[in-house]
Design a protein around this ligand. Structure first.
Ligand code: ZN
Length: 141
């Protein structure tokens, strides 16, 4: 755990999050800037900067959690596919993105190719009440 790491602080409970799943080793919660409603992050509670640093068992736990979330997202949002990816952008604490895909280009850079990098902005935050509703629907039991 490092005090300067945003995700370590969320994992320890020092910062709030809309939690979807938690056990001794991993935590899933809603991304504050969702590409699509339901966009979730799954992180190890221990600090590993990059996904390739994760012990294999921990990486498997994260993937299994993402699979469970994806099945739930397909039912909830009636989408054909759910994306799972690690980018390492913004926070250097390994985090898997799980995104319900309503459009094939939801997680590609199509918009930036069309508009240029100046067109880049973080996806908008959703109202807190809406985030709470989404978390209640997606939460794994
Ligand atoms: Zn960390």
């Amino acid at each position: 755990m490092t005090d300067s790491c945003l995700f370590c602080r969320i994992a320890s409970g020092a910062l709030p999050a809309h939690k979807l799943y938690e056990d001794d080793h991993i935590l899933a919660f809603l991304d504050l800037h969702p590409i699509r409603a339901g966009h979730a992050l799954v992180i190890p509670k221990s600090h590993y900067p990059w996904f390739e640093d994760l012990p294999e068992a921990l990486a498997t736990q994260i993937t299994s959690c993402a699979q469970r979330l994806a099945r739930r997202m397909k039912t909830l949002y009636q989408v054909e596919r759910v994306a799972l990816f690690y980018t390492g952008i913004h926070v250097a604490h390994a985090h898997a993105h799980v995104v319900p895909m309503h459009h094939p280009h939801d997680v590609t850079s199509q918009a930036y190719m069309a508009e240029g990098l100046e067109g880049y902005a973080l996806p908008k935050q959703l109202p807190a009440a809406e985030m709470q509703d989404i978390a209640n629907q997606l939460r794994l039991t």
